[in-house]
Design a protein around this ligand. Structure first.
Ligand code: SAH
Length: 237
């Protein structure tokens, strides 16, 4: 079964959006993954299909109603649906490549996109929503966060990227940031290429890349080195 994404949103027209172009879009058209963007307002209450209300206890902004979101979720999932239900939320677990890999290994995702001040807490509990954040900043809605999460997942689906995403070397895959890349021309504005890359010696090239990855990680993200993957093993060619 291909990876199935259901997105619950007040703005389904934002999907597939950028995921409809390039390799993700090709994969979508080929059925390597599927996307079902559902209008939460279809489950709104009353003549005006209301989806939000004032915050209990007062204060500014509006809160998405739990009953409306629950109805939207219940309509999107089948009884034996094992896909995780995610709520895009700045309070959530920070999205990283490990979580992306776990999600891609499953059957897909159901993603709830918040808007306004957020969602009534009770639907998070009542529908077992897992809160996921894309970083420590505030977006105006969960849609762009959902697009980021899906983009990261979709590129790992077999067949979507071809060999580009085979990615053992890619940043974060081995606990390191990636080494620098170069291509033609061989000289540009007085800058040449690192000698190791011109050597034709595969072991030397692998060693150079490994060392550069370690150096850059040490300089920019020493926290990654502390996360358990010890970068001591020399890379094999
Ligand atoms: N009042 C909330 C922010 C609401 S922003 C707070 O202070 O935490 C409106 C919606 O945008 C959120 O419900 C969430 O779905 C989405 N959103 C905003 N920032 C996000 C982030 N960093 N990661 C994931 N979703 C985010």
């Amino acid at each position: 079964m291909p990876f199935r994404a259901s997105v619950l949103t007040l703005y389904p027209e934002m999907f597939p959006g950028p995921l409809g172009v390039s390799l993700a879009g090709e994969g979508l058209r080929q059925g390597l993954w599927s996307l079902d963007a559902r209008q939460v307002r279809d489950h709104g209450v009353g003549r005006h299909r209301t989806v939000d209300d004032n915050p209990a206890g007062g204060g500014a902004g509006m809160v998405l109603r739990c009953d409306v979101l629950a109805a939207a979720i219940d309509a999107a999932v089948l009884p034996d649906d094992r896909r995780p239900r995610l709520l895009m939320s700045p309070r959530g677990r920070r999205l990283d490549q490990g979580l992306v890999r776990d999600l891609v290994a499953g059957e897909g995702v159901v993603i709830v996109c918040g808007r306004f001040e957020g969602v009534d807490e009770r639907v998070i509990e009542g529908r077992n929503l897992v809160e996921v954040s894309v970083g420590d900043y505030i977006l105006s809605g969960g849609e762009m966060a959902a697009l980021v999460l899906l983009d990261a997942c979709v590129r790992l689906i077999p067949g979507v990227m071809g060999k580009e995403a085979s990615g053992q070397d890619e940043s974060f895959e081995n606990g390191l940031l990636e080494y620098p890349h170069y291509t033609r021309p061989r000289e540009w504005e007085g800058r040449g290429l690192p000698e190791a890359l011109l050597s034709g010696d595969h072991a030397r090239i692998a060693r150079w890349r490994r060392e550069e990855a370690e150096r850059i990680t040490r300089e920019r993200r020493p926290d990654l080195l502390q996360q358990g993957i010890t970068p001591t093993k020399p890379a094999s060619a």
